[in-house]
Design a protein around this ligand. Structure first.
Ligand code: NOJ
Length: 550
């Protein structure tokens, strides 16, 4: 098993990272150009979201060829250069394997459409009449999860876009093809893999209507999932790689099995429960203020249960599917800097491997697009129509997108204060965030010791410096308010205690543990100290404080 407890992963969305050839579309040479920046940040792995040939209906998560580079992103030589140059700087590449579905432009699907039964068995086709949809399951992007092909008189399953056909993992040939893809990338020098919605790949043998939900309870963590994952990892020879599975609507019990070393499945899991605490009745498209009590309970449950079961969490707030965390749980104006630092610190000291999504390290904000014309994401465009159809006004629908759209995180990276943020010299494929301002750039922050960027560098350096952060046991402290989260990590003689005020108001905490009087290791306010004599401590808005003996 790879040792990853003191590692940090940085996620790059190449399309929005850096455009070197002036087409408004980020590319692999752009990633090479920024390697010194990433090395200086101190990260260990670079997760690149898909750059494979793709019609881009879902920004590359609709893969048409798993073993090539889309010319829009560069060439295979560029990628090989990126692998070499990253390695020379002590960083490994993590590739994104989208194995639940392929693009309908993939040759496998094209051959299936042409009538080749071998390839029809690669997918989930069901015979039937156009007016008899196989099940009432819903696509994650809205609408039915099945698409009819009149020429074949068959339906195919597509849990995402109509151009993303679900693969049939029950077919051993499909599983062999996927192992071959992993071997191909392993031979190229790839060091880590992220598996897209991997817990959805094992579908039930009998597919039935879901009268309680959208179908997910039948195919999430499906019947053969653990068996298939073990087989894939073993046969592709990637047991000692860093691997992370994206787990949709999963449970802690399954994530323990996915990530406990003795199971030999994956190194760690992403779960999304903590990012649904502002979904009204679990509906992403229904807004409500975040439920902080729930947020705390979820962190406590996942940290403690995963520890008990030897599982390992991927720690994250942001990725290319999530709104920016400062806009969501922090403060975009008065406490922008403090809240960005507090949110970062809150997860970086937990038990697990932290992930940083491009721009998070400088406190980037949501897109704040004023009109639907600025959006590009297929899910956002679909749901805009669905919201209108369900009776929302245009304003309400736009308000919902402003809070929930995946484009919030996909706006171009803000390197400097130029018109297009130093991302490109031409108009980018997706407009800049309307929250783009000079202080939210790498250039403005890189020489400022008090910047969010410098804070992230400290977090990464501390994980490497103090084994208690990487390996220590975690326990949570009781607090009087749901707006303060406090926890302790212990490893032998080393201990740290972490206080996070999640609120824009002051809150008081009891200063009465065995850590009382320990020195402050990190703070997001200047010159704050916990009074070793006092019984309570008053935290400033969004204050973050770490005390410890290390
Ligand atoms: C999860 C990815 O993160 C997301 O961007 C994509 O749309 C779906 N999986 C489908 O591949």
């Amino acid at each position: 098993m790879a040792d990853f407890s003191n590692k940090v992963v940085y996620q790059i969305y190449p399309k929005s990272f850096r455009d070197t050839n002036g087409d408004g579309f980020g590319d692999i040479p752009g990633v090479i150009e920024k390697l010194d920046y990433l090395q200086e940040l101190g990260v260990d792995y670079l997760w690149l979201t898909p750059f494979f040939p793709s019609p881009q209906h879902d920004n590359g998560y609709d893969v048409a060829d798993y073993c090539a580079v889309d010319p829009k992103f560069g060439t295979m030589e560029d990628l090989e250069e990126l692998i070499r140059q990253s390695e020379a700087r002590g960083m490994g590449l993590m590739l994104d394997m989208v194995f639940n579905h392929t693009s309908t432009e993939h040759t496998w699907f094209q051959q299936a459409l042409a009538g080749d039964e071998t390839y029809q068995k690669y997918y989930i086709f069901k015979d039937g009449r156009p007016d008899r949809i196989p099940t009432n399951w819903q696509s994650k992007f809205g609408g039915p999860a099945w698409e009819y092909v009149p020429a074949l008189k068959k339906w195919y399953l597509r849990l995402y876009d109509v151009t993303q056909a679900d693969l049939n993992w029950d077919n051993p040939r499909v599983r062999e093809e996927l192992k071959e893809i992993l071997r191909f990338w392993k031979n190229k020098g790839i060091k880590a893999f992220r598996f897209d919605v991997i817990n959805l790949v094992s579908k039930p043998e009998v597919m039935e209507d879901d009268f309680l939900g959208d179908g997910r309870r039948f195919y999430s963590d499906g019947p053969h999932i653990h068996e298939y994952l073990k087989e894939l990892v073993r046969d592709a020879g990637i047991e000692d790689f860093v691997t992370v599975g994206e787990m949709s609507s999963t449970s802690v019990e399954h994530c323990i099995r996915y990530s406990a070393p003795e199971e030999k499945e994956l190194s760690m899991c992403f779960n999304f429960h903590h990012l649904k605490v502002d979904y009204k009745d679990g509906d992403k498209w229904a807004l409500m203020p975040a439920d902080y009590q729930k947020l705390k309970e979820l962190f406590i449950e996942w940290q403690i249960q995963m520890q008990k079961g030897h599982g390992w969490n991927a720690l994250f707030w942001c990725n290319h599917d999530q709104p920016r965390i400062v806009s969501r749980l922090g403060d975009e104006t008065a406490y922008w800097k403090q809240s960005a630092k507090m949110l970062a610190g809150m997860i970086h000291f937990m038990r697990g491997t932290p992930y940083i999504y491009q721009g998070e390290e400088i406190g980037m904000l949501n897109a704040h697009y004023p009109s639907i014309e600025q959006y590009r994401d297929v899910e956002s465009l679909n749901y805009y129509q669905i919201l209108l159809k369900n009776g929302k006004t245009e304003r309400e629908a736009l308000e919902t997108l402003a809070a929930r759209s995946r484009d919030n995180s996909r706006t171009p990276m803000q390197w400097n204060g130029e018109r297009y943020g130093g991302f490109s010299e031409t108009e980018p494929w997706l407009p800049m965030s309307a929250g783009f301002r000079n202080e939210i750039t790498v250039e403005a922050q890189q020489n400022d010791q008090d910047s969010i960027l410098s804070f992230y560098k400290k977090l990464i350096a501390m994980r490497k410096m103090y084994p208690v952060i990487a390996e220590g046991e975690i326990s949570f402290l009781e607090t009087e308010t749901d707006r303060v989260l406090a926890y302790q990590r212990k490893l032998g003689e080393q201990q740290i205690v972490v206080f996070c005020n999640l609120d824009g108001e002051k809150h008081t905490v009891k200063a009465d543990g065995d850590w009382r009087g320990d020195p402050v290791l990190l703070e997001n306010y200047e010159a704050r100290q916990m009074d070793p004599e006092g019984e309570t401590y008053t935290m400033e808005p969004y204050e973050f404080m770490v005390l410890g003996k290390v």
